[in-house]
Ligand binder design. Structure first.
Ligand code: FES
Length: 108
């Protein structure tokens, strides 16, 4: 048994396999999701740039700044907000690390 909210969480990978300062694209129910570990906190976003849908895991991660490989838009991976330009944002998903060290993502 389990309620609907519980069933929306998907186990995607072991947190130990996503080191600090790393990002990784995973498939969740057919959706490409970008996982980012910044200072031990894990964040999940749709793996598509809001500009022209470029895969964000092709980009460059420097501290909390993610730069899209296509036209160099820059995002804050701790908030999903655009830094350059500022009037855009990544699509974020709920994300948590379970007691057994598994990263869970909720597409909502
Ligand atoms: S597609 Fe990412 S900046 Fe253009």
């Amino acid at each position: 048994m389990g309620d609907t909210a519980t069933q929306q969480w998907h186990a995607v990978m072991a947190a130990d396999d996503l080191w600090e300062g790393e990002m990784e694209a995973v498939d969740v129910e057919g959706t490409s999701v970008l996982l980012v570990n910044h200072d031990g906190d894990v964040f999940a976003y749709k793996n598509r740039c809001p500009h022209q849908e470029w895969p964000l895991n092709d980009g460059d991660l420097d501290e909390k700044e993610l730069t899209c490989a296509n036209h160099l838009w820059v995002f804050d991976v701790t908030t999903g907000k655009g830094l350059n330009p500022a009037n855009c944002a990544l699509i974020g998903y709920q994300c948590r690390v379970d007691d057994d060290g598994t990263i869970l993502v909720n597409l909502g």
